[in-house]
Design a protein around this ligand. Structure first.
Ligand SMILES: *[C@@H]1O[C@H](CO)[C@@H](O)[C@H](O)[C@H]1NC(C)=O
Ligand SMILES: *[C@@H]1O[C@H](CO)[C@@H](O)[C@H](O)[C@H]1NC(C)=O
Ligand SMILES: *[C@@H]1O[C@H](CO)[C@@H](O)[C@H](O)[C@H]1NC(C)=O
Length: 779
């Protein structure tokens, strides 16, 4: 998103855009006008304003009153007012990736709303592996969003979260995602969306949006950008990787919107592909909501990709494919002519509007007096509250990952480490901590400020910025380390290295950062702790292997309270429990791997390494799921079946249980809708500190189907708090067909019979799936 400015627009479109922006009702302290105002005699009796009628009828009534010219002006993010019906203009584009953001034009800070709670960037929050935290953050963000809407400074439609798979470690937007595992990403999507949208039946607190559908995850690499990229994706990878988060977002999260992306998939722009939009998202997954384009996607596939010869064809293709709303002016400009030229029927436009208007009605935007509605009482007093800011702090603590703790030298102690040298380009970072798609934070606690709450600090930047081109500041940093009892180096990346439209060239620390760390480490008398801020993984093999560097923490982009959280972990007030949501590859991994190569599976004959822990088995710096604690947890499997029988639909031909014992049966031929495998796992905290621990449950399918199957895949995860010296029994339930299935080359999901190996840390268990025929066998 945010690309409107980067795309060449025709003069007519620029004029239109300006018209759009100037027609936005300016926010003022005075009361905002609203649709279906009960004091408005011309509209109050109309059926679309009657809350007693079913929404479907109200939408139909409203559409029936609109002329074609009015309809096309509602197909775009800056929807025009229909003054004669009392309907105000509406800006659809707001963002709330990890807090209410001002990236979209629909939300602005200022006046009574100077800022909003800025949670950690999503990759950090993902590292908590705590689904209830994800939902809790969504609830807070939507409270603040509603408060800002009531104050007239924000919309109710938020184009968040980003649930693309973090497929390549260089991706500049990897930071926005919950990582590389489809099930983690899908669970995050469903949880965050539920938090945002609320739990009030059909009514929406705010409308969320899962984006960018699909196979996007490349911004600008080696001369290929997202506006020109044609992702060549196999049916197999679509089914078991790229579709998973979106399917979970729609089916489990009940999201109110899905956004199609800029790129093409197998030669068709996603926003013009009826197979993706109409057939899959709306048909198979039953989206109850609207499909929106990425900003100017329709313009991009016409102007940049030359996918159609006329703009009217582009407009018609998009709407007929299932697009309901255009971010950008294209559909408002060209849809009417598309109808006049017979490329599109007016009813197609009405169908699109029916999807957007239904969402607006579910949000209560046609229910009259806003203050009398649910959430109508939320206001500026509900933004940046101490409780909200404390949750941002808590989220950062839960997301910090301890990667190395030799000695152990952590936690530090304020008593022994009376002076700490705090060094590095991110040591006093503020806005860097909130990453991209952020807003204006309520306040910041930088790492330096956080550490200063515990002990005396000596501060040195070491590098002027994360680029770290020169060594002018090295000596002062080395001197500081010499004098101090311990040294904390806060290094890493920021948006100048990884961002939207900016993929990374390599995986190492930028410039001379590594040299600074090693020189400081050689000079320091006390323990050296390296704290990394970044969205993507960094190859820090040098620090992992350097015995002088005793601790490494990854803080991601930890949000407004990030520095406080880092300090709490460093000084042991909090016990770290985060785990990496993505593989940390060595720099070598990318040397012969184009970002444009979409295959997930490795191909040894082509020297292709495969992607993510599910398919790549080469060396890593730190693996997916890695993360230490100040305590130690051991698992044992208390109870689990060794044989599990899967009912097979007897009406299928030749399903003789003894001949299919080694086969992978189509999931659609099994009766396993609610079939789940239950495990009881004991987790014991054998250390001396209380802590939270995530059980990551992986499964390796039978090897007979090795060419389809991942090396292993995450089938469940659960976080538990265990007090020092005590034990907890955790019940884990694995949905057999969803998670133990594999996908064949034709994209068909199958359940392999035979031994599945379940592993949780060092605990192993093997369960044999066996087919049990039901009903009549016809062969
Ligand atoms: C962030 O830090 C910079 C550099 O110290 C400072 O100039 C700026 O005012 C800070 N911004 C905020 C919002 O605190
Ligand atoms: C199932 O297959 C086995 C082995 O091929 C065969 O002996 C048996 O008769 C078959 N049963 C049915 C019901 O077809
Ligand atoms: C998960 O997050 C919630 C919300 O912060 C917290 O109350 C809970 O303790 C966390 N769970 C674990 C096991 O740490």
């Amino acid at each position: 998103m945010a690309s409107i400015i980067t795309i060449p627009l025709s003069k007519a479109m620029v004029f239109f855009l300006l018209l759009f922006f100037f027609s936005v009702p300016s926010s003022s302290a005075s009361r905002e006008p609203f649709a279906c105002d009960p004091t408005d005699k011309t509209t109050r009796g109309l059926p679309f304003c009657r809350t007693s009628l079913p929404i479907q009828e109200r939408v139909k009534d409203l559409i029936g009153r609109l002329a074609l010219q009015e309809k096309v002006r509602l197909l775009v993010n800056n929807a025009a007012a229909v003054t004669r019906l009392g309907i105000k203009g509406y800006e659809w584009w707001s963002e709330a990736l990890h807090g209410v953001s001002n990236v979209g034009p629909g939300s602005k800070f200022g006046g009574d709303f100077p800022g909003a709670t800025s949670f950690p960037q999503v990759i950090t929050t993902a590292a908590s592996f705590n689904a209830s935290l994800w939902e809790a953050i969504g609830r807070v963000v939507s409270d603040e969003a509603r408060a800002m809407y009531n104050g007239g400074v924000a919309g109710l439609t938020y184009w968040s979260p980003n649930v693309n798979i973090f497929r390549d470690p260089r991706w500049g937007r990897g930071q926005e995602t919950p990582g590389e595992d489809p099930v983690v990403v899908g669970t995050y999507a469903a949880s965050y969306v539920k938090g945002l949208q609320g739990n009030d039946g059909n009514r929406l607190k705010v409308a969320a949006c899962c984006k960018h559908f699909t196979a996007y995850d490349l911004d600008n690499w080696n001369g290929v950008d997202r506006f020109h990229f044609n992702a060549k994706v196999s049916k197999q990878d679509i089914e078991d990787t790229f579709d998973v988060p979106f399917r979970m977002c729609v089916k489990e999260g009940k999201v109110a919107s899905v956004m199609c992306s800029y790129n093409q998939v197998n030669g068709v722009p996603t926003c013009a592909d009826p197979n993706l939009l109409k057939k899959t998202v709306r048909g198979k997954w039953r989206l109850d909501g609207y499909i929106v384009s990425d900003c100017d996607s329709v313009g991009v596939f016409y102007d940049t990709q030359h996918y159609t010869t006329t703009p009217e064809e582009a407009a018609a293709d998009a709407i007929k494919a299932g697009l309901d709303l255009d971010c950008g002016p294209f559909l408002a400009v060209h849809s009417e002519n598309a109808v006049k030229r017979g490329l599109l029927n007016e009813v197609d436009i009405s169908n699109a509007l029916s999807n957007t208007l239904t969402v607006q009605m579910r949000l209560g935007m046609f229910d009259g007096e806003p203050s009398a509605q649910p959430y109508g009482n939320l206001g500026s007093k509900d933004v940046c509250t101490p409780a909200h800011q404390e949750l941002a702090h808590e989220a950062a603590i839960q997301g910090i990952v301890l990667l190395k703790n030799q000695g152990p030298s952590l936690p530090l102690s304020a008593r022994r480490h009376r002076t700490v040298a705090v060094i590095g380009p991110n040591s006093d970072a503020n806005v860097t901590m909130i990453g991209n798609y952020a807003g204006v934070a309520c306040a910041y606690t930088t790492p330096l400020q956080g550490i200063s709450r515990y002990t005396r600090t000596i501060h040195q930047q070491g590098c002027a910025d994360v680029d770290c081109k020169g060594d002018q500041l090295f000596n002062a940093a080395i001197d500081a380390a010499r004098q101090a009892d311990a040294t904390v180096l806060v290094m890493g990346l920021d948006q100048s290295i990884e961002a939207e439209f900016r993929d990374r060239a390599g995986l190492l620390l930028p410039g001379r950062q590594q040299e600074l760390v090693s020189k400081v480490a050689a000079a320091s008398k006390g323990p050296i702790i390296l704290v990394l801020m970044s969205g993507g993984p960094i190859d820090v093999s040098f620090a992992k292997n350097d015995r002088r560097i005793s601790g490494i923490l990854w803080a991601g982009y930890p949000g407004q309270a990030g520095g406080a959280a880092v300090a709490d972990v460093l000084f042991g007030k909090s016990n770290p429990g985060g785990k990496l949501p993505m593989t940390w590859y060595p720099q070598d991994y990318i040397s012969n791997l184009p970002m444009t190569a979409m295959d997930m599976r490795s191909s040894p004959s082509k020297n292709y390494p495969g992607r993510t822990y599910r398919f790549y088995k080469g060396p890593v710096v730190y693996p997916f799921g890695y993360g230490l604690s100040y305590s130690k947890f051991v698992h044992s499997i208390a109870e689990a079946p060794t044989v599990f029988s899967v009912p097979i639909d007897g009406h299928r031909k030749a399903q003789n249980t003894s001949t299919i014992s080694n086969k992978a049966i189509r999931v659609t031929h099994t009766r396993c809708n609610r079939l789940s495998l239950g495990l009881h796992v004991d987790v014991k905290n054998v250390g001396s500190r209380d802590g939270s621990h995530t059980l990551l449950v992986f499964s390796t399918p039978p090897t007979e189907n090795g060419h389809w199957a991942p090396l292993k895949q995450l089938v469940a995860f659960q976080k538990v708090r265990v007090a020092a010296g005590s034990q907890q029994r955790v019940r884990i339930s694995i949905h057999v067909c969803k998670y133990l299935s594999v996908v064949d080359r034709s994209g068909i999901r199958r359940l392999p019979m035979g031994e599945h190996n379940i592993h949780i840390g060092d605990a192993r268990h093997s369960v044999s799936l066996q087919a049990a025929t039901l009903g009549v066998i016809k062969s």
